[in-house]
Ligand binder design. Structure first.
Ligand code: ADP
Ligand code: MG
Length: 282
């Protein structure tokens, strides 16, 4: 007679194994996939031409390229501030170019946007600007009259604290310096608990020292909270300091994809033109 114990998995074992499998699959998923994206503006400018790439969870992907190369168009297509002419943008398995109304709003809530010129309501307080990051969540009637739930105000305070400007919360936004205003922009994005941050030249209006301090806040979110970052930057030296991977656009086309260390002098001239010289931002 065989005395080997026969192991029958319990339903709980099977359930936890399935859960582990689902988590493993989720961790491996490609978060954002841009497929053959083309944008032709009215008037005929071809701003993006058949652009394809993927962004893995947790990357700090920097898009570089000269002014006019299509960086803003690319980032704005991803949260549909601009409608692409052709192509797909797959986010968490869903083609977001096909979404409308409430479905699109739900996706946008998961994407924080940081702008070059901060896009704050200048005459409103810092706190009101930060709370507007929560607008996707609150009842529209409440937000219209500026009444936010107490827990949102508490969250606003903690977001401002994280970027070191809680003491400025009740000043008017336009009383702050450029670097402080961009920190408000980051705090506003944080209010959304974003899974992805799109930052369109977030430091182009700032001096070099302030640029680093802003990029360090974004880097901290990327490293400590695993927020995926897609950020366009003008200067290669800044891109090199923060990117885990880079993409270069030229005239709306991808001319480089790879690691920051792979951009040598020849690649640099390919991206920025023969006449270009590298400028260090310290
Ligand atoms: P970047 O952000 O790299 O400077 P953009 O995406 O702003 O580049 O611009 C890419 C191209 O599209 C440029 O030739 C620009 O002039 C053109 N462009 C940008 N926005 C518009 C628009 N709203 N209408 C027409 N052309 C535009
Ligand atoms: Mg731009």
């Amino acid at each position: 007679m065989c005395l080997c114990p026969i192991y029958y998995p319990s339903p709980v074992d099977a359930w936890s194994r399935n859960l582990a499998l689902v988590l493993a699959v989720r961790r491996e998923k490609l978060m954002l996939e841009i497929q053959n994206l083309t944008k032709v503006y009215e008037g005929g400018t071809l701003a993006l031409n058949d652009v394809s790439f993927t962004v893995d969870d947790g990357e700090f992907l920097v898009v570089i390229g000269l002014s006019g190369s299509g960086k803003s168009t690319l980032l704005r297509c991803i949260n549909r501030l601009i409608e692409p002419t052709e192509g797909k943008i797959i986010w968490d398995g869903v083609d977001i170019t096909q979404l409308h109304g409430e479905e699109l709003r739900k996706v946008r809530r998961r994407i924080g946007m940081i702008f070059q010129h901060f896009n704050l309501v200048k005459r409103s307080s810092v706190m009101t600007n930060v709370l507007s990051g929560r607008l996707g969540y609150v009842n529209p009637w409440r937000s219209a009259v500026g009444r936010f739930p107490k827990k949102d105000v508490e969250k606003g305070r903690s977001c401002l604290e994280r970027v070191g400007i809680l003491n400025q919360a009740y000043k008017r936004a336009d009383e702050l310096s450029g670097g402080q205003q961009q920190r408000v922009g980051i705090a506003r994005a944080l209010m959304q608990d974003p899974e992805l941050i799109l930052a369109d030249e977030p430091v182009a209006s700032l001096d070099p020292a302030t640029s680093h301090s802003i990029l360090r806040y974004i880097e901290q979110l990327n490293r400590e909270e695993e927020v995926t970052v897609l950020c366009s930057l003008h200067f290669l030296s800044l891109a090199r300091a923060y990117a885990t991977r880079m993409i270069a656009l030229k005239d709306g086309e991808i001319v480089f994809q790879g690691l920051p260390t792979e951009i040598d002098d020849d690649r640099f001239k390919e991206i920025y033109g023969e006449e270009a010289i590298q400028v260090e931002i310290r």
